[in-house]
Each structure stands twice: as C-alpha cells, then as structure tokens.
Design a protein around this ligand. Structure first.
Ligand SMILES: NC(=O)c1ccc[n+]([C@@H]2O[C@H](COP(=O)([O-])OP(=O)(O)OC[C@H]3O[C@@H](n4cnc5c(N)ncnc54)[C@H](OP(=O)(O)O)[C@@H]3O)[C@@H](O)[C@H]2O)c1
Length: 250
C-alpha cells in the first residue's frame, strides 16, 4: 500500500540513528520532505540526509536540543522557511536511564523529564500552529510500553511518557477540528546499536517476555508511524498503539 506523503513535510526528532533514522527514511521513501533533528549526532544526521537526497528526496539536518524551547522554535522556523511548512511531527527523541528509582539522582530525573516530557511539549507547541494551518496535521509520539504498564528500573522515563500519552489524547481533542491527529506509539524492546552488548548478554531471558519470542527491530516500527502519518491514518486519533511483539496487551 502506498502511503502517499508527496508534498508533506515531516520533522523527526532524534532521527540520526536507530528507530528515528528508520522512520525518517521511511517517510522520505513515501515522498515526504524530512527535517532530520539531532542533538549530538551531527555526522550521522548528515548521513541520513545524504541517503534521502541520493534517492531524489528532500531533507535537511537540524540541530536542536529539544529540552530548549528557544532552540526548538528556531528549528521549526527554519523548517518552515527551507521546506515550506510542517505537516508531520514525529516525537522520537528520548533519554531514558535504566536505574532503580531509589538510586536515581535529581539530575538524572530532571534530564529525562526535560527531554521526554518537556521536549515533546516544546515540539508540539512550536509545531502546532503549522500543523493546524496546513490541515490534516499529524503528531506521533514514541515511547515504551513501560509508560502504560510500568517497569522496574524505568520509573522516571515511564512517568515522563505517561505525561506524553495524556498530552497526545488532549491534543487529539483540541486539534481534531483541523483534521489533525495525535497518537502515541508504544514500543517493546527494540534492538539498537547503543545497547547491543546488554541485549546480547540478556537475550535468552528477555525474549521469554515476548509471545512472538523475538525482540523488535527499528524496521518493525517505521511502517506503523508511516501509516499514522498518511491519509490512511486520518480516522485514528488519541490512541496508544503498542508495537511490542505482545509484551503488553491492553
Ligand atoms: N529502543 C527501544 O528498545 C525503545 C523501547 C521503548 C521506547 N523507546 C523510545 O523510542 C524512541 C526511539 O528509540 P531509540 O532506541 O532509537 O532511541 P535513542 O537511541 O535512545 O534516542 C534517539 C535519539 O534521541 C536523541 N536525543 C536525546 N536527547 C535529545 C535532546 N535533548 N534533543 C534532541 N535529541 C535528543 C538522540 O540524538 P543525538 O544522538 O543526536 O544526541 C538520539 O539519537 C525513544 O524515544 C526511546 O525512548 C525505545
């Protein structure tokens, strides 16, 4: 099924690598112009842009720390100027520190909430007027299943993302009149480059929690995000959709 994103402009936060990279490439392959946001991974972000351009697509790399509202506003202004608007916001960037709650420091919980909750609020606030002005805007926020069912060692990240679920549902109600949808995509454990050694050491134990007996890959996530971003997702809003191999069932 073609998703038909020609003429659309998408911002994917944290798109230099892993899940965000796959989402950026998938949206571009459907015809969207893509703003590839990064914070520290400048080279990797440029590589994603180059890959999109090499297949005839449009893309720019945009540095912004999403915890900084001023930087987010500047990024969104630049996207509007250089790519001609903004129709799809994918809140993918995240910072989650796996640690027992009792051992978590105030600095660690602030950094996680600044990125995962405030960062998402900043991006939605800066992008909202453009998404609604273009009609049929799309907001898609990535998170873990821990935000719905809780998980030992992930309490702060889960709490921050539970706030994002409430934000998505509320935006779905506020923005619906312009045809704009807002949804959450909730992940089980998706294998990425940065935690590969931990996953390898624990794989046998981990897969037992998954009815499908495997962990996720970034390529498991991008198709659902692309569908939600497309016209095929135009009657799906305010939902939390789990891509988790059955890790949680609600
Ligand atoms: N992988 C999983 O198993 C899993 C499970 C549940 C939920 N999730 C969530 O799904 C999303 C994608 O997963 P992932 O594993 O691919 O994520 P990730 O590698 O942990 O993080 C994605 C990107 O977030 C960016 N980022 C962090 N802080 C930022 C900030 N202040 N401003 C801008 N960008 C920032 C980083 O960009 P730079 O590299 O440029 O600094 C990083 O590349 C994340 O939100 C993650 O929390 C992932």
């Amino acid at each position: 099924m073609r998703m038909g994103l020609e003429g659309k402009v998408a911002l994917v936060t944290g798109a230099a690598r892993d899940v965000g990279r796959d989402i950026a490439l998938a949206l571009a392959s459907e015809g969207a112009a893509v703003a590839v946001n990064y914070n520290s991974s400048a080279e990797a972000a440029q590589a994603v842009v180059n890959e999109i351009k090499s297949t005839g697509g449009r893309a720019i790399a945009c540095k912004a720390d999403i915890a900084n509202l001023g930087a987010v506003k500047q990024m969104v202004d630049r996207i509007a100027t250089e790519l001609g608007g903004l129709n799809i916001l994918v809140n993918n960037a995240g910072l989650v520190i796996r640690k027992r709650f009792a051992e978590t420091t105030p600095d660690e919980w602030r950094r996680q909430i600044d990125t995962c909750l405030y960062g998402t609020i900043h991006c939605c606030h800066a992008a909202g007027p453009l998404l609604e002005a273009g009609k049929n805007g799309r907001v898609i926020s990535l998170m873990g299943d821990s935000s719905r069912v809780g998980e030992s060692g992930l309490s702060i990240g889960a709490a921050a993302r539970a706030g994002v679920i409430a934000l998505m549902k509320s935006l779905a109600r506020e923005m619906g009149r312009s045809g704009t949808t807002a949804n959450a995509v909730s992940l089980g454990l998706v294998e990425t480059a940065h935690d590969r050694s931990w996953v390898e050491a624990n794989r046998d134990k981990l897969v037992k929690f998954y009815p499908l007996r495997r962990l996720g890959q970034p390529s498991d996530v991008a198709p659902m995000v692309t569908l939600l971003a497309s016209e095929h997702g135009s009657w799906i809003t305010g939902q939390v959709i789990s891509i988790s191999g059955g890790f949680s069932m609600q």
